[in-house]
Design a protein around this ligand. Structure first.
Ligand code: ADP
Length: 638
């Protein structure tokens, strides 16, 4: 049998890779060192629960940061479990050896610990910013303390040193500034504060630092005396420690939820709603989500990027994890904290997205339910939501060939002829008349304009409600849906309106047949602009209107024409409908017998008027104007 050989590792190269290749941002070294300190404290705290000799309370533990600006040294110290000489050797001298992972495995099942480390490489990130790292450590229960010291890939030394208290102190002598990188920044109060807030705000133990404050000297800063300041040093706790989302809901007031939202997501407005959930089972996570009350300025532009913050054990992993939110709910802001994520080695990303997908699916359901709840319990609030984000939901109906239409359809609102209010499809269907077959809709620029459309006359006359589609995406969304509660949608401009009674149908057929030649002549006069001229079943008072055949409606034609870079040739198949009840119809009949040339002109005028009523552009305004003028002149002369 062939002999199995061990792989060899080029440890200098390996360490170089650990230091320089796995992280995208140098600043995360602080997150890694603070996480290590927190783990060390967790371990001693865990011991203290069963060992009286530790003699420490939870409140005694702390992580301390000191910035020595004069010497360029940043120190992070903790009063955690510390490391023995052997542990320094094993944990810091062996790449990818994680004492923390071993501890977690040995004590798995213990409730009150929240160990972060697992890969055994985070510590080396210190060398991204430091030219020398010194670790002084005294392990719990030991008399001696040891100093581990290294300048990076060349190796390390360990020797005995003085240290009175149990715990670990990590001293980083920062690299010299370069053109691209100012390492001095890591000594600035503002920088340290912001990094702690960003990555380590929810570390369970206080992270403290001595911070300088300027106070106005007493008796100065008045009208006569110019202001003088005294610099004053104070120890400040930089992190908020308790993640709001880990508290139980009944401990949190609405004000606290709002305050958190405003501070964390930089929105001055109050959120419309918050969703605080804890999920267990296939996906285990805590989530705190908010629905903003207004769309951000860039919301409907390419600049907007969606996403939720992702935390693992209270440490920030990603600031905007886009995969957690589907596009139709991209307006949601918030965060997710999960302990079961399998992170990649840099802890900046996930290994694979199976858990992420499960969490995202579960969040999608939660958000949908919250919106449904708002719709039934607080209509005013929902309408506010709809005003801000309804468009996005409608895009969602249409995107991906309608894969999400069933999820989203009962969130839709449209204006309706019924009291000119926003209605849901459910409300529409519940009010449908007994003999009503379809859900009718009309598309146009505004409620007022749609209201005047001749095509709506007969539907209104029958007492049927009409949905007013005022945004260009509406009709696409409705067509994607096709039906709701087994009722099909029907445009008031559809060629097959299917609204007359059988008697009316008979009568129509007769008149249509009698005027067949007239209609054919009108069609020919319009040189292929229309597919057909025919008798209208939908007009009551107007002489004529345009409708369409096929999928592309008149409104869609307008939408396509308005799109930048569009091929402007997407056209509706237009039908000119004429109202047999209108006196104009008699005039046309008469002209067909007496003056066919004039009938040609009249046909053009009627067609162009119908275009104008639809709000469509006319092909030859000059020709139209000339025709109307000559008509006016003739009517006076004759
Ligand atoms: P990880 O934290 O992923 O385990 P690190 O490279 O950051 O990897 O650290 C390696 C090990 O060194 C840790 O698992 C822990 O056992 C030990 N260690 C690091 N920092 C400290 C500290 N401040 N106090 C005690 N032990 C520490």
């Amino acid at each position: 049998m062939a002999e199995t050989k061990q792989f060899k590792a080029e440890s200098k190269r390996l360490l170089d890779m650990m230091i320089n290749s796995i992280y995208t941002h140098k600043e995360i070294f602080l997150r890694e060192l603070i996480s290590n300190a927190s783990d060390a404290i967790d371990k001693l705290y865990f011991k203290s629960l069963t060992d009286d000799k530790v003699n420490m309370n939870k409140d005694d533990f702390c992580i301390f940061i000191t910035a020595d600006k004069d010497n360029g040294v940043l120190t992070i110290s903790d009063n955690g479990i510390g490391m023995t000489k052997d542990e320094l050797e094993n944990n810091l001298g062996t790449i990818a050896n994680s004492g923390s992972l071993a501890f977690k495995t040995e004590n798995s099942g213990a409730e009150d610990i929240d160990i972060i480390g697992q890969f055994g490489v985070g510590f080396y990130s210190a060398f991204m910013v430091a030219k020398e790292v010194e670790v002084r450590s005294k392990a719990y229960g030991e008399d001696k303390a040891f100093l581990w010291k290294s300048e990076g890939v060349e190796g390390y030394t360990i020797e005995e040193c003085d240290k009175d208290t149990v715990g670990t102190e990590i001293r980083l002598t920062l690299k010299d500034n370069t053109d691209d990188e100012s390492y001095d920044d890591y000594l600035m109060d503002w920088k340290i504060k912001s990094l702690v807030k960003k990555y380590s705000d929810y570390i369970r133990f206080p992270i403290k630092m001595e911070v300088e404050h300027d106070h106005l000297k007493e008796g100065t800063g008045t009208n006569d005396v110019p202001p003088e300041y005294i610099t004053h040093k104070e120890i400040e706790t930089l992190n908020s420690m308790v993640p709001l989302w880990r508290k139980s809901k009944n401990e949190i007031t609405d004000e606290e939820y709002t305050k958190f939202y405003r501070e964390k997501f930089y929105d001055y407005n109050e959120p419309l709603a918050h969703i605080h959930t804890k999920a267990e089972g296939t996906a285990t996570y805590d989530a705190l989500l908010y629905i903003p009350s207004e769309a951000p300025m860039d919301y409907y532009t390419k600049e907007f990027s969606k996403g939720l913050q992702l935390f693992s054990s209270g440490v920030l992993i990603m600031d905007k994890c886009a995969d957690l939110l589907p596009d139709h709910f991209s307006f949601v802001k918030g965060l997710v904290d999960s302990q079961d994520l399998s992170l990649n080695i840099s802890r900046e990303m996930l290994q694979h997205d199976r858990q992420l997908k499960l969490i995202a699916k579960s969040l999608e359901r939660t958000i949908k339910n919250e919106l449904k709840k708002m719709l039934s319990n607080d209509r005013e609030k929902y309408e506010k939501f709809w005003k801000a984000f309804g468009l996005q939901i409608k895009f969602g109906m249409y995107n991906g060939y309608g894969v999400n239409k069933d999820l989203l359809k009962d969130l839709l609102l449209f204006y309706s002829s019924h009291e000119k209010k926003l209605v849901t499809l459910d409300e529409y269907v519940s009010r449908m008349k007994e003999d009503q077959k379809y859900i009718y809709y009309a598309a146009g620029e505004s409620v007022a304009k749609i209201d005047c459309l001749p095509q709506t006359e007969v539907v209104k006359d029958k007492g049927y409600e009409i949905l007013y589609l005022t945004e260009s995406v509406d009709e696409f969304a409705i067509q994607m849906l096709m039906e709701y509660e087994e009722k099909q949608f029907k445009s008031v401009s559809a060629s097959d309106l299917d609204i007359e009674t059988p008697e009316e149908k008979e009568e129509f057929k007769k008149i249509a047949e009698e005027n067949k030649d007239l209609f054919a002549y009108i069609k020919d006069s319009l040189d292929g602009k229309i597919k057909e001229a025919r008798l209208s079943e939908r007009l009551k008072t107007h002489p004529c209107c345009l409708t369409n055949e096929g999928q592309i409606s008149l409104d869609m034609e307008k939408t396509f024409a308005a799109m930048p870079n569009s091929e402007h040739n997407v056209k509706a198949e237009k039908v000119l409908e004429l109202n047999p009840e209108h006196p104009m119809f008699r005039t046309l009949q008469k002209l067909y017998e007496t003056d066919k040339e004039k009938l040609k002109d009249y046909s053009k005028i009627l067609y162009t008027q119908a275009l104008l009523i639809e709000g469509m552009t006319i092909d030859d305004p000059l020709d139209f104007s000339n025709l109307v003028c000559s008509l006016m002149v003739n009517s006076v002369e004759s």
